[in-house]
Design a protein around this ligand. Structure first.
Ligand code: NAP
Length: 294
């Protein structure tokens, strides 16, 4: 397919490379020049402007946050102004439910199609084409994106015809992951301060009661006290909890644990954690306990 790809950050670079490798005709755009270079060497076309990435059947955005998506989509010569009628914008970033609604309405008015398809999986998973994709939008549009989803992920989960549903599911998943990280941080601080070997403790847990990948990945990072380089940066984790709380507020769903996590991210950022992985909230319990060697 003829695809535009906008946003070549930790996630987008590997995803665009996979589309190229699978034989799609990919035109790439990134705000900061230079990140497209490796992809051009592998056959991608370079877009000098957002508009140049909007000339195909599909344009994918994989951008940091709401502000980034708003500027790429709504600015003059942005996606809304340049995508042809009937073409599809696939938004794979983790954005707010409110922005997803705004995108749905704006694309409909412009005669374009919109699919929300946020993902689970870190940059290494994205590069391996093994993401889990949560997709929502009109059935014909989601079906048309299938060949792309098959390349980008190991499985796509359709969650209905209303795009915002996919964004809410994604945010709820990141809320759960952050909850796991905080809980692991507290448990590892407890046993660590008592002198019990953190890695053996984690090995015990992840081979018995908690065999899910999230416990292994994040437990390992906390036990190693290794939060750099950031695969998923702390400000993005903070953003996701903020967006979860905003959705919860709109739906009148109290989420006391999400409020606590919001404070944990604020503490991490206040202590200079901007460049760390979001799992660094898992070090705060050990710091509070006066038992952190990092
Ligand atoms: P990232 O490495 O920080 O990349 C962000 C991308 O957005 C870059 O291409 C950046 O361009 C662009 N951008 C930021 N602000 C912009 C603006 N105002 N206008 C235009 N472009 C802008 O982030 P990432 O880790 O790839 O994450 C991308 C999205 O995927 C986020 O929504 C994140 O929550 C979600 N996600 C991430 C992970 C993960 O583990 N990393 C997993 C699942 C989902 P520049 O190069 O110019 O800065």
């Amino acid at each position: 397919m003829k695809v535009g790809f906008i946003g070549l950050g930790h996630m987008g670079a590997g995803m665009a490379a996979n589309l190229l490798r699978a034989g799609h005709e990919v035109t790439v755009y990134n705000r900061t020049a230079g990140k497209e270079r490796a992809l051009i060497e592998h056959g991608a076309r370079a877009a000098a402007h957002v508009a140049d990435a909007c000339r195909g059947e599909v344009v994918i955005t994989m951008l940091a946050d709401d502000g980034a998506v708003e500027s790429v989509v709504f600015d003059d010569n942005g996606v809304i102004g340049t995508l042809r009628e009937g073409a599809i914008h696939v938004s794979m970033s983790t954005i707010s439910v409110a922005l997803s609604e705004r995108l749905t309405a704006a694309h409909a008015t412009a005669g374009q199609r919109f699919v929300a398809a946020p993902v689970f999986g870190r940059p290494d998973v994205a590069a391996a084409g093994q993401l889990f994709i949560v997709a929502a939008g009109a059935k014909d549009a989601v079906d048309a994106c299938r060949p792309l989803f098959d390349v980008l992920g190991q499985k796509a989960f359709p969650v209905g015809e209303t795009p915002r549903a996919a964004n809410l599911v994604k945010l709820s998943g990141n809320f759960l992951l952050a909850s796991v990280i905080e809980a692991l941080g507290e448990a590892i601080a407890l046993v660590g301060k008592a002198g019990i070997d953190r890695h053996r403790y984690l090995d015990l847990l992840t081979s018995t009661l908690f065999t899910a990948p999230a416990y292994e990945t994040y437990g390992g990072m906390i036990a190693d006290e290794k939060f750099e380089p950031a695969g998923f940066a702390a400000p993005l984790g903070h953003k996701d909890i903020r967006l979860t709380l905003a959705a919860a507020e709109d739906l009148r769903v109290p989420m006391p644990l999400a409020s606590l996590l919001h404070d944990r991210f604020l503490a991490l950022l206040a202590q200079g954690g901007e460049a760390l992985d979001w799992s660094a909230i898992g070090q705060l319990a050990a710091k509070d306990a006066g038992h952190y060697s990092g």
